[in-house]
Design a protein around this ligand. Structure first.
Ligand code: SF4
Ligand code: FES
Length: 240
């Protein structure tokens, strides 16, 4: 496998309270099949050999299924390859001498903990509003891995793809219509507290590693209208 040289600008930030900045690292032996996280591993091996602090970043399965990873690569949440988590983003598009910029997922609701690691508590708070185990089952049924890239890709910081996927899958898990309404109203309220509004820009569907469809966005408006106008909804009791 041929190797090539990259200069990698990595966001370093010691703590949430301190400012961060980019530090450049040279990696002389990058390869097309190396992933973004493996590139960070390579930098960390160099730093550890030099007795310096490794770059902190989030990871887990490294197979695109757990949703724990997530960095911004050259300005794109997860990285430039469409619909792939950071752990599945490869360096095939880069050439010898290129520069790569790696920074945290950027969203007002995801504060940086350290370096490239962010706090995704906002996602958990919205899931808790829908009753945590049930909401997680709904997300799993919908294929969402709760990575947060949809929020980070959106100029408004909207979580509509995450929330819409949850709301699309919650109804079959409710015991009756009242429970469905109560849960969806709580989820919508929590999402409005945690995230920005959706402007239907669609950046989220380009980065979502699960490839979730733009139609999922409409579930938020649908549940909202259903809650506001219950007498007109399809399955409301006949008022007459
Ligand atoms: S909707 Fe897609 S991008 Fe958003 S959290 Fe779920 S898997 Fe990640
Ligand atoms: S590490 Fe699990 S999805 Fe990337």
């Amino acid at each position: 496998m041929s190797t090539f040289s990259l200069t990698v600008d990595v966001w370093r930030q010691p703590s949430p309270e301190e400012p961060g900045d980019f530090t450049a690292y040279d990696v002389p032996d990058a390869s097309p099949d190396m992933t973004v996280l493996e590139l960070l591993d390579r930098i960390n091996a160099q730093l550890e050999a030099a007795g310096e602090d490794p770059v902190v970043f989030d990871d887990g399965c490294r197979e695109g299924v757990c949703g724990k990873c997530g960095v911004t690569v050259d300005g794109v949440a997860h990285g430039p390859e469409r619909n792939a988590a950071s752990c599945m983003q490869h360096l095939g598009a880069y050439r010898d001498g290129d520069r790569v910029r790696i920074e945290p997922l950027r969203a007002a609701s995801f504060p940086v903990k350290r370096d490239l690691s962010v706090d995704k508590k906002a996602l958990r708070l919205v899931a808790k509003a829908g009753k945590f185990p049930v909401a997680m089952k709904a997300l799993a049924n919908g294929g969402c891995i709760s990575c947060g890239a949809c929020v980070a890709s959106c100029p408004n910081g909207s979580g509509q793809l995450f929330v819409g996927t949850m709301l699309r899958e919650l109804p079959p898990l409710a015991k009756d219509d009242a429970e469905r309404r109560e849960r969806s109203a709580r989820v919508i309220d929590a999402s409005e507290e945690q995230f920005g509004p959706c402007s239907l820009l669609g950046d989220c569907v380009e980065v979502c590693p699960a490839g979730l469809p733009i139609e999922n966005l409409s579930a938020v408006a649908q549940e909202n209208l259903r809650n506001r106008f219950p007498r007109r909804s399809r399955d409301a009791p006949d008022p007459g």
